[in-house]
Design a protein around this ligand. Structure first.
Ligand SMILES: NC(=O)c1ccc[n+]([C@@H]2O[C@H](COP(=O)([O-])OP(=O)(O)OC[C@H]3O[C@@H](n4cnc5c(N)ncnc54)[C@H](OP(=O)(O)O)[C@@H]3O)[C@@H](O)[C@H]2O)c1
Length: 383
């Protein structure tokens, strides 16, 4: 069986928001002696600037404080020109040729599993070294921290690729078969578990669901207005992040169909959209659901409570009055906001149906990284 050991060094390609926090989360647990990170380029004036970037964070404070509380001992150190996070050696791959995945010498550092967090290689069908599959030249498996995007519309999903979401279909991952694994998006990790709970509970009585994520800003947006690149499809992303609510598309509806195929077979309607807002992290999925029959809030709370008890690391049931800042640092993929549930039952002829407005919070950065960690635990047989 092609299982990866949880003590084997892990590779992280790209250290933007998700890659940096992945390096934090992996070294915090300190199970490996080393991890390898590829920036595919130099950073500032060298290793000191890399260390400072990894130590301090405008959203989460700093590495040591985030995990070990006030006045912690220093956990980011440079010894003999080598960087250590919490005593774990960080092998830094900065050669510009490593921007091509197939050129990164992962195996030389004992890496068997790579997390690709660049957002630049998302197509599992591409065989050129620069694509996601390129990592497999020097490692056994690669996890994409985003949904797959197949550019050639006629191409089929390769047999060795799979999309998994914790609390939904994580067991779809077959260690003997799958080498390229997508952990879907943060929004899919937030909305798929409660949708799975609803589909399992109501079956074809669930008529439809529509989700809107009110999503924090990401680096794919523009600080101030910028000129759209040639062929740009979503020019709203070129508008200033600071002072706008920016409607944009999300692949969440498609990804949910992929991980919960019953939605298609039962003929349940689905739709998703996204509005980017000027916060640094902390997002909410607003989910409108139509169900045949008459139900009250307590009935819905019961469904969500039992799902959160079944998957306590994935879903949290909250009866607090949360706002987005309260969710920063949350390790859950999804937090059900019970008090913000709204519902109305209507009658058409002799039939009743109930429309619910349900709300789920998520830390789109750290919460998502924790879902990657749970996937990693599953793949290494630790979780
Ligand atoms: N942010 C979120 O809330 C979130 C949540 C879930 C999933 N995701 C997904 O995770 C991925 C990363 O998102 P992010 O927010 O972390 O983006 P980000 O902050 O822009 O980070 C991406 C990093 O990858 C680096 N990079 C690009 N190409 C590279 C290459 N060939 N080799 C090495 N490094 C490379 C970039 O650095 P350079 O300056 O060198 O190009 C950048 O630092 C995206 O697919 C995104 O959709 C994001």
């Amino acid at each position: 069986m092609s299982t990866i050991s949880h003590t084997t060094p892990i590779g992280v390609n790209g250290i933007g928001r998700i890659g940096k926090l992945m390096a934090w989360a992996l070294t915090h647990r300190a199970e490996q002696e080393s991890i390898a990170i590829s920036t595919g380029r130099e950073v500032g004036a060298g290793i000191k600037d890399l260390a400072a970037y990894l130590e301090y964070d405008s959203t989460y404070g700093n590495y040591a404080k985030f995990y070990w509380g006030a006045n912690p001992k220093k956990r980011v150190e440079i010894r003999d020109k080598t960087l250590y996070l919490n005593g774990v050696k960080v092998i830094w791959l900065n050669d510009p040729k490593y921007r091509v995945a197939g050129e990164i010498p992962w195996a030389d550092h004992g890496v068997e599993l790579v997390f690709d967090t660049t957002g630049k290689a998302t197509d599992p069908t591409i065989t050129e070294p620069k694509g996601l599959r390129g990592h497999l030249a020097h490692s056994k498996k690669v996890v994409l921290t985003a949904p797959f995007k197949i550019k050639n519309k006629g191409a089929l999903m390769p047999d060795d690729a799979v999309t998994v979401v914790g609390g939904v279909n994580i067991h779809a991952y077959d260690p003997d078969k799958h080498a390229i694994i997508s952990n879907a998006s943060c929004t899919t990790n937030c909305c798929a578990p409660p949708i799975k709970a609803l589909v399992d509970h109501f079956g074809d009585k669930l008529l439809s669901f529509a989700i809107t994520t009110v999503h924090a800003a990401t680096n794919s947006q523009s600080t101030l207005d910028t000129v759209p690149t040639a062929g740009s499809k979503d020019t709203r992303k070129n508008r200033s992040t600071f002072n706008n609510m920016i409607p944009t598309s999300t692949g969440a509806a498609n990804a949910v169909l992929e991980v919960i195929p019953e939605i298609r077979t039962l003929g349940i309607g689905s739709q998703a959209s996204s509005i980017r807002v000027p916060t640094n992290t902390g997002s909410i999925v607003v989910m409108d659901v139509s169900i045949m029959g008459e139900y009250d809030d307590a009935y819905m709370h019961g469904i969500m409570r039992s799902y959160s008890e079944k998957y306590p690391e994935v879903m949290r049931y909250s009866d607090e009055s949360l706002v987005s800042a309260d969710i920063i640092g949350s390790t859950h993929s999804t937090v059900y906001d019970a008090p913000f549930t709204h519902r109305r039952t209507s009658k058409r002829g002799s039939e009743y149906f109930t429309m619910f407005d349900l709300n789920f919070w998520y830390d789109n950065e750290y919460g998502y990284v924790c879902s990657l960690l749970r996937l990693y635990d599953h793949m290494t047989g630790r979780g």
